[in-house]
Design a protein around this ligand. Structure first.
Ligand SMILES: Nc1ncnc2c1ncn2[C@@H]1O[C@H](COP(=O)(O)OP(=O)(O)OP(=O)(O)O)[C@@H](O)[C@H]1O
Ligand SMILES: [Mg+2]
Length: 280
């Protein structure tokens, strides 16, 4: 495996790769007779941005679901900082893994600020009774959550939208809001499922800048995307899944020039615009 620690990436110094954050071994997920993910090995280190690509139905989201406790893999193990976590999304978030969803999952009738505050609740200590009674501890934590949520909205570029209802926000802003909510859980690793889907080129560039900024804060990042230009510019390593199997796993240069990757997409329509990007 190539360790890159000195290259410059998109004009930024690439940070040194640190400890192993996530380690998935031989992860398999079956749905009845369908093997959606088949014996996939995968790892992510501190300071790394890793991409997950593959045609529609390749198993990318299912693999994310296995990594984040939404699904218990049929077989194989997922370790986070060396420990197997219970297959429960809440426990996984608490341990330091946060994600966004391919289909945006926001509270439409809550403001942007409130949506981000929801992400804070897993880090506050006020129990249900304290919250109901609105005691001093609750009020202090509420004020801290509010101010941290505003900081995060500023960080993702939505500082001026804090009072907007999520459902009234433009689509690209909703995607950034989901990222802010995920960041509110204080993760060590963030997993983004198609963060630029539906975005225009300017928003896509802003999303790339945001992901670099997140990485520069010391987080490890895993990104699923169909936009090859985006993936190859952004990522340190890329895994290409095809029909649930790991086809190629390497640097953007290695994946981009692998004829099997081009072949995997032939006949696929979603990448026609990017075909020139994956030609050897
Ligand atoms: N809960 C489920 N029950 C049964 N089959 C499922 C389930 N979830 C996913 N699948 C199947 O598993 C396969 C992989 O789906 P998945 O959504 O992981 O693909 P993907 O790579 O994320 O695709 P896309 O790029 O379209 O998002 C597909 O054949 C899908 O129909
Ligand atoms: Mg998917």
């Amino acid at each position: 495996m190539t360790v890159i620690d000195t290259e410059v990436q998109d004009g930024r110094a690439r940070p040194q790769r640190g400890a192993k954050v996530l380690d998935a071994e031989q992860v398999t997920m079956r749905f009845g007779g369908l093997v959606a993910v088949n014996k996939v090995d995968f790892d992510v280190h501190e300071g790394e941005i890793v991409g997950l690509i593959g045609p529609n139905g390749a198993g990318k989201t299912t693999f994310f679901n296995c990594l984040t406790g939404m699904y218990k893999p049929t077989s194989g193990t997922v370790k986070f900082y060396g420990e197997v976590l219970p297959p429960k999304p809440r426990a996984v978030v608490k341990a330091g893994m946060a994600r966004t969803f391919q289909n945006i999952r926001l509270f439409g009738n809550m403001t942007a600020l409130e949506n981000v505050m929801v992400g804070r609740y897993c880090r506050t200590t006020s129990g249900a009774i304290t919250s109901v009674l609105h005691g001093p501890k609750y009020r202090r934590e509420e004020a801290e959550s509010r101010s941290r949520a505003q900081e995060l909205l500023d960080f993702v570029g939505l500082g001026k939208s804090s009072e907007l209802l999520a459902r009234n926000m433009p689509y690209g802003d909703q995607r950034r809001l989901e990222i802010a909510r995920a960041l509110a859980t204080d993760p060590k690793l963030i997993l983004l499922d198609e963060p630029t889907a539906g975005m225009n080129p300017l928003e896509t560039q802003q999303a790339m800048d945001l992901i670099f900024k997140i990485r520069d804060q010391g987080l490890a990042v895993v990104v699923i995307e169909h936009d090859m230009r985006f993936i190859f510019q952004l990522c340190d390593r890329v895994l290409c899944l095809v029909r649930g199997e790991a086809l190629v796993w390497g640097t953007p240069g290695e994946v981009q020039s692998d004829p099997r990757v081009v072949e995997a997409y032939i006949g696929g329509s979603e990448l026609e615009d990017d075909e020139d990007e994956v030609q050897a």
